[in-house]
Design a protein around this ligand. Structure first.
Ligand SMILES: NC(=O)c1ccc[n+]([C@@H]2O[C@H](COP(=O)([O-])OP(=O)(O)OC[C@H]3O[C@@H](n4cnc5c(N)ncnc54)[C@H](O)[C@@H]3O)[C@@H](O)[C@H]2O)c1
Length: 286
C-alpha cells in the first residue's frame, strides 16, 4: 500500500512539473527565412522547452518547403498575420512586412522582435504608436541590438541627456551596387577609394537604404530620435567587413563604439552579429 501511495505521489509531482514546464514555455513564430530567420531556427534548441518554434512564413515557397522537410512539426503560416498561436513574433524579412503586421501585433498583444527596425523611423504611425507603448510601459516591442551594441551605456547616459548621436557606417561597394538610392542619385562607387554615399539623419538613411542601415534606426530609437540622429555612409573597396562607428556626446562624457562585423555567409548586407543578437533578446523575455 505504502509503495502504491509513493508511486502515486511521484506521478503527481511529475505531472505538476510537466504542467509547470508547459506553462513556462513560450511559442514563437518567425517571418522571413533568409539568413537571420534560418540562423535563429538552427540555434533555437539552446532554449529547450522555454521557447518553442511553432510557425514560420516566407514569401518564397521553396524556403517554406525546406522547413517542412527538416521540421515536419512546424506549422506553415498561410499569411503574414496568421500568428494567433504564437506568443512571440520575430520579423526577419523587410520594412514593408513590419508596416503590414505592426497594428495586428499590438492589437493581439504579441511580443514583437523586429529586425527591419528602419520601419519604426520611416513610418510616422508606427513611430508614434511605439512611443506611446513605451510611455505606457506596455513593452511589447523588443528591439535586438542588431549589428551594434553599447545600449547599456547609452541608456545610462540618457538619464542625464544626450547632446549628439552619430553613426558612421562603412561597407564594401558590393553592398550598395544594386540599391535604388545609389542608382537614382547616380552615385559612382569607386573601386579604388573610399566614397561618401550618404549624409543625413536616421530617418532619411532608413528610407535611402531600407535593407542595410537598420542600425541608424536602432541608434535613433535609443538616443535622439529619427530626425536628430546623424548618419554618414561610406563605400570602401579596401574592406571586407561592415563597420559601424557610433559617437555620443553628452555632459556625462564622450563615447565612441566601433563594430567591425564580418558579413553573414549568405547575405553580404547583413552582419552575422545581427542574427546572434536575437538570442540575447529572447533570453531576456520573461
Ligand atoms: N537591425 C539590424 O541591425 C539588422 C541587421 C541586419 C539585417 N537587418 C534586417 O533584417 C531583415 C532580414 O535580414 P536577412 O539578412 O535575414 O535578409 P534575407 O534577405 O537573407 O532574408 C529575408 C527573407 O524575407 C523574405 N521576405 C521578403 N519579403 C517577404 C514578405 N513580404 N513576406 C514574407 N517573407 C518575405 C525573403 O524571401 C527572405 O527569405 C532585413 O530587413 C535586414 O535589413 C537588420
Amino acid at each position: 500500500m505504502q509503495i502504491f501511495i509513493s508511486l502515486l505521489e511521484l506521478f503527481c509531482v511529475k505531472e505538476t512539473l510537466l504542467e509547470m514546464i508547459s506553462r513556462m514555455s513560450q511559442t514563437l513564430c518567425i517571418i522571413g527565412l533568409g539568413f537571420i530567420g534560418s540562423e535563429v531556427i538552427k540555434n533555437l534548441d539552446q532554449f529547450g522547452e522555454k521557447i518553442v518554434l511553432t510557425a514560420v512564413y516566407d514569401i518564397d515557397k521553396k524556403k517554406m518547403d525546406e522547413i517542412t522537410e527538416k521540421y515536419p512539426k512546424i506549422r506553415l503560416m498561410t499569411s503574414l498575420s496568421d500568428f494567433d498561436d504564437c506568443d512571440i513574433v520575430i520579423e526577419a524579412a523587410t520594412q514593408q512586412v513590419v508596416k503590414e503586421i505592426f497594428t495586428k501585433i499590438v492589437e493581439r498583444e504579441k511580443i514583437f522582435i523586429p529586425m527591419s527596425i528602419g520601419a519604426f523611423v520611416t513610418d510616422e504611425k508606427i513611430y508614434s504608436s511605439y512611443m506611446a507603448l513605451e510611455k505606457s510601459k506596455r513593452q511589447l516591442i523588443k528591439f535586438p541590438s542588431g549589428a551594434i551594441g553599447g545600449f547599456d551605456a547609452i541608456n545610462s547616459i540618457k538619464q542625464i541627456g544626450i547632446i549628439s548621436a552619430k553613426l558612421t557606417t562603412t561597407k564594401p561597394p558590393v553592398v550598395f551596387r544594386d540599391q535604388r538610392y545609389i542608382i537614382e542619385n547616380k552615385i559612382t562607387l569607386s573601386d579604388n577609394e573610399k566614397t561618401q554615399v550618404f549624409k543625413g539623419n536616421a530617418k532619411q538613411a532608413a528610407e535611402a537604404f531600407p535593407r542595410s542601415i537598420n542600425v541608424g534606426a536602432r541608434l535613433a530609437l535609443a538616443t535622439l530620435g529619427p530626425e536628430d540622429t546623424n548618419v554618414e555612409v561610406y563605400s570602401d573597396p579596401s574592406i571586407n567587413k561592415n563597420i559601424h562607428e557610433i559617437e555620443i556626446q553628452s555632459e556625462v562624457g564622450v563615447y565612441r563604439f566601433s563594430f567591425q562585423n564580418n558579413p553573414s555567409p549568405t547575405n553580404p548586407k547583413t552582419s552575422w552579429l545581427a542574427a546572434l543578437s536575437i538570442f540575447d533578446t529572447l533570453e531576456k523575455i520573461e
